[in-house]
Design a protein around this ligand. Structure first.
Ligand SMILES: [Zn+2]
Length: 429
């Protein structure tokens, strides 16, 4: 609707004042509503007078110095012939236009937030190197498999556990031809099934001393579905992202290649659990739900539980989109503490940022800070929320993406990666 014609006729001048308020709206998306007509008829002449001055809006913008002398805070400047302050000029124009609209009875309603534009909250800033977890140093088994154990857990003679790396094994799918074999433990499309089965035996042997111990895995679906493992379950592979048992003589295994593996053991009741926590599973509280299920299933008390967070993609490397932020914010009051804005450390960009400017709208350019989430901390918070003591939680292993020579990383290898296994079990008597 035409609100204020630039060349008004006497008739059109009255249109805004006699329009129905419900028809009001701005063609540019800034809604302009008409205030109710004033009850005092004496307003009308002044309003018309005001409307007649509206053509001068063009003059204000195009010929400010000739048509409208502006008030200035600096008298000396107004006397001089030098250039005026453009910011002050803009403010002055704006004030005059606002006054004209007000006189004409036009009220401007601003939206609190532009429609369709998601504004990202500001987070603490960091450089990638500040966020890197401590690099992992694996131990080497007699069969050549390199794996990580949790400090102190070896003393628990009833418990067997370990986080695999990519070193050791017989797979050749993800390494150069002249390199030694690797320990891919997932049935990926690139690798030979027999190699994966052999690798699984090698890891079981390294961790438990027996290559023939049954290994229970699930088809992982980034959920909070939990599976109770036992010898009565048969060979059927269940879907889920958490496994738990109190039955000795089994190894529970979770596959990862950037996602976070979490192992939990109940020291008193001798029960164990393994969880797969990618960002989706973390948002669905796989670990928190899993501890709750251990309490129901085994009578576990949180103070008796110990937990280890294994190697996964660290906050140094895990850049995510706004959908991840939105999902975390919808679930966790502490979500802002899990995110950092990370700046590119490219020195050319740092010194000459203007070279990299684009014409894209703010927030749509690849330049600038990226949003990184700390999944390890997110899962540590879930363990704490479930009642574990801070001293009972250990973070083992580094960032899979920072150490691609040691770990398989989905991101670092651009989607073509093997899988590692994090295993836990109760030794048979
Ligand atoms: Zn990293």
């Amino acid at each position: 609707m035409k609100v204020l014609p630039r060349t008004p006729s006497p008739n059109s001048l009255q249109d805004p004042l006699h329009s129905n308020a419900s028809q009001a709206g701005s063609p540019e998306g800034e809604p302009i509503a008409f205030a109710p007509l004033p009850s005092n008829p004496s307003f009308l002449p002044s309003a018309l007078k005001c409307a007649r001055t509206i053509p001068s809006l063009d003059k204000i913008r195009l010929m400010p110095s000739k048509s409208t002398p502006r008030p200035t805070r600096n008298p000396s400047r107004s006397k001089s012939s030098g250039p005026s302050d453009p910011q002050a000029d803009l403010q002055s124009d704006l004030q005059q236009i606002d006054a004209l609209f007000h006189q004409a009875g036009l009220v401007r309603h601003r939206r609190e937030k532009p429609a369709g534009v998601v504004r990202r909250a500001r987070f603490q800033q960091a450089m990638p190197e500040e966020l890197s977890p401590v690099p992992a140093h694996p131990r080497v088994a007699a069969n050549g498999v390199e794996w990580l154990s949790v400090p102190g857990w070896d003393k628990k003679s009833w418990l067997m556990h370990g986080f695999s790396t990519r070193r050791g094994g017989v797979s050749r799918a993800y390494c150069p031809d002249d390199a030694p074999g690797e320990l891919n433990l997932g049935f990926t499309s690139d690798d030979d099934r027999d190699n994966v089965l052999r690798n699984r035996q090698l890891l079981a042997e390294a961790v438990s001393g027996s290559a023939s111990i049954p290994l229970v895995t699930v088809r992982q679906i980034h959920s909070n579905v939990l599976v109770i493992a036992g010898s009565g379950a048969g060979d059927r592979t269940c879907k889920g992202d958490g496994l738990m048992t109190d039955e000795p003589g089994l190894l529970l295994g979770i596959q990862t290649a950037d996602c976070i593996p979490v192992l939990v053991a109940d020291r008193k009741r001798k029960a164990v659990a393994a969880f797969h926590a990618g960002w989706r599973g973390t948002v669905q509280r796989i670990v928190e739900t899993g501890i709750g299920r251990m309490r129901l299933q085994f009578g576990s008390q949180p103070e008796d539980l110990v937990a280890a967070i294994g190697p996964g993609i660290g906050p140094c490397c895990y850049a995510v989109g706004d959908e991840v932020l939105t999902a975390f914010e919808s679930q966790f009051t502490y979500a802002p503490e899990l995110f950092r804005e990370v700046y590119d450390t490219d020195p050319v960009r740092t010194k000459y940022p203007m070279l990299f400017l684009t014409q894209r709208a703010p927030g749509h350019s690849p330049i600038g800070p990226s949003l990184h989430v700390n999944l390890m901390e997110a899962n540590r918070r879930q363990l704490l929320a479930a009642g574990l003591k801070p001293g009972s939680i250990q973070v083992v292993g580094g960032c899979t993406s920072c150490q691609p020579q040691l770990f398989f990383s989905h991101r670092a290898s651009k989607g073509r990666a093997g899988r590692m296994l994090s295993v836990i079990g109760i030794r048979g008597s």
